[in-house]
Design a protein around this ligand. Sequence first.
Ligand code: ZN
Ligand code: ZN
Ligand code: ZN
Length: 358
Amino acid sequence: MLVSVQTPPHHSWKNPAERCMSNLNLGLQGVGVMRRALPTMEQKIKSTNNIKAIRELSNKEPALREEVMDAVQPAKILLGDVFSRLQVKGQNFKVFTAASKDDMVRLVNHLKKIDEEFNTDSLLDSSKPCKLTQKLKDFISEHCVCGQYQLSIKRCGAEDCVCGAPRTSPDTFADLHHLPFPIPQQEKYIHFEDLYGKEEAKVENYVPSKMQRAAQRHSMPFSPSSQKAKNAKMVVQCGECLKWRVCYSARVLKPDQRQKLERALDGVTYSCGTCFQNVSTDDDDSIFNAVYVNDKLTCDLPIEARDYVTFDDPLCYYCGSEDDLITGNSNYPLCNECNDAGKQPRKKNTRAFQPRQE
Ligand SMILES: [Zn+2]
Ligand SMILES: [Zn+2]
Ligand SMILES: [Zn+2]
């Protein structure tokens, strides 16, 4: 049995009360950090201005990765040292080192035991969505319970299964349940003991994206037209449903504004239903005074028609996937998976859709 739980992603605007952040901020008072200069690629890295550009550069320049890792090491050590001296309720913070590429390769290779044919590179390349094979999907549905913030894996008990025979006594194994999903009760949550093994706690219902109701109206100061989308020509990805959402701006962004926006978007985890203006900022110069997302969207809603007008990449209308698309001329792209799930091809909104002029 393995249970893994994560907190909501950092910078998530839906979870403003990230209490550990305020403690960490105490440790950061009066601390300045700076990376070292790269020995051979300083000029090249100076020409990039966001994480995406650095990643792209590292694909072309394999040595960049090592140099960057070395250059940020002193800052990491300093911050780790500061944080591990902080305490909450008498307990010190623990600082972990991030998994290295080798660690990830080793872990991912275990999946080969389930399906030899699984292409592990697709899992390690975080820039693309990973395609699970049918064998892996079957394994997950038989052994795992996955939620937005928690995952548990339990042996199935079958003798010939790759997961192996349980090592605990049969009685204990029979009493072992997946981690229950939390259920709110008044202002708090029902106790773990009262939920453990219970039917009602086997489905995740109480997470923001499932409880979300669409806002009555969006809070943008203009209506989200194709022109406003073309002005910004930028998308931001929802951390929960992974769909790309269109940014809108009243005026065409100047190159320096665009750079500013790219940098600002690097630093946030966006999710549908929020808007950039939820971040309280005293900065009059903030790019989010000019750029908006439609906060009426929820994770269940398909890709915005304006996405197709502003960008050329075909994406599945329902789930945003780029793979296995069925595209008809008069319909928005639809992926095989959504098609199999019974989603209907959606006719293009011809008013919003203008063919690109070459
Ligand atoms: Zn099994
Ligand atoms: Zn979403
Ligand atoms: Zn799809």
